[in-house]
Design a protein around this ligand. Structure first.
Ligand code: NDP
Ligand code: 1BO
Length: 317
């Protein structure tokens, strides 16, 4: 299993399980099955509203003795309605309680966007709080306190641009060690990847398969299919593997972590087995040529109905 090494020598499995959209009623079995298959990294978030069920799966798995806590890498994320410094640790403690864990391996600021405390999904402008009102560094001080208290082993961010990382690096006492962002052959984020390498920040690739099961309101009608991309199909045919496996192994061979979501036992196994595919240098070059800076998660949903955020603010591009 490929690992990403942190500066304190901790090792994160590069391959993990995504859990966004894995519904209560589905996610317990998916997590139990995944761990039995060999998954050792689970990506969670408070806003996925399934951490309590994931906690039951983890607890039962530990009781069965399949794995111990220290054999797993568990990531979770701070939701945007708890960005005030004093809200971070209570939000984290709720996640720890739901997951039935004493600590997380990695805790991320989910989005560089803030909402009022009672808002899960903003519907109008007044549901938002601007980054002038709660600057990211204030949220980060809460993340640093969580690290100092031993509630988390590593802290990082998600959906952060180079500009936002630079600003954070200037003021952080403890630097972010991870940026979780959308990454796949159509959105390779090469400049961000290079910047992160220079600053010892790892990248995790989210939506590596194109996130087909997300809500229609988050999808464009004519979005491209990674699975049907002729270059990916031809590489998969050559290696007698599936297109999903090519997409997953591309991310790992490139040096990022990757967290495909599945609740289907056969696809969980298929995705895990992607780790044994060996892409050639030519395959990697052909995939490099596919980049077109195409986002499946455009972030537009954070900019509607009177939101003070714009896409230019969000992505800094
Ligand atoms: P993915 O790109 O992982 O795609 C998931 C979809 O692909 C589901 O419909 C799944 O269906 C299907 N699928 C899984 N494996 C296969 C396969 N082998 N062949 C065909 N279809 C397959 O989408 P996500 O957006 O869920 O991204 C992965 C994870 O990244 C999330 O679950 C979450 O943990 C994280 N994430 C983080 C974000 C952030 O803001 N930090 C944003 C988005 C995602 P099925 O389940 O039926 O197999
Ligand atoms: C709103 C999307 C969150 C997925 O991590």
């Amino acid at each position: 299993m490929t690992i990403l090494k942190f500066s304190n020598a901790d090792k994160m499995p590069a391959f993990g399980l995504g859990t966004w959209k894995s519904k209560p009623g589905e996610v317990y079995t998916a997590v139990c099955d995944a761990i039995k298959i060999g998954y050792r990294h689970i990506d969670c978030a408070a806003i996925y509203l399934n951490e309590a069920e994931i906690g039951n799966a983890l607890s039962d798995t530990f009781k069965e003795g399949t794995v111990k806590r220290e054999d797993l890498w568990i990531t979770s994320k701070l939701w945007s309605n708890a960005h005030k410094q004093e809200q971070v640790i209570p939000a984290l403690k709720k996640t720890l309680s739901d997951l039935q864990l004493d600590y997380l391996d990695l805790y991320l600021v989910h989005w560089p966007i803030a909402f009022k405390s009672d808002i899960l999904a903003p519907r109008k402008g007044s549901d938002y709080i601007t980054l002038e009102e709660i600057p990211i560094i204030e949220t980060w001080r809460g993340m640093e306190a969580a690290l100092e208290q031993g509630l988390v082993k590593h802290i990082g961010v998600s959906n952060f641009s180079i500009k936002k990382l630079k600003a954070l690096l200037e003021e952080a006492k403890y630097k972010p060690e991870m940026n979780q962002v959308e990454l796949h052959p159509l959105l390779q984020q090469n400049a961000l990847f290079e910047f992160c390498k220079q600053h010892n920040i790892h990248l995790t690739a989210y939506s590596p398969l194109g996130s087909k099961d997300r809500h229609p309101s988050l999808k464009l009608a004519d979005e491209p299919s990674l699975f049907e991309n002729p270059v990916i199909v031809s590489i998969a045919t050559k290696h007698k593997c599936t297109t999903a496996q090519v997409l997953i192994k591309w991310a790992i061979q490139r040096g990022t972590a990757v967290i495909p979501k599945s609740i289907n036992p056969a696809r969980l196994q298929e995705n895990f087995d992607a780790q044994t595919v060996n892409l050639t240098a030519t395959d990697m070059q052909e995939i490099t040529a596919l980049d077109r800076h195409y986002r499946f998660l455009t972030g537009e949903n954070w900019t509607l109905n009177g939101s003070p955020y714009t896409l230019a603010d969000l992505w800094d591009e």
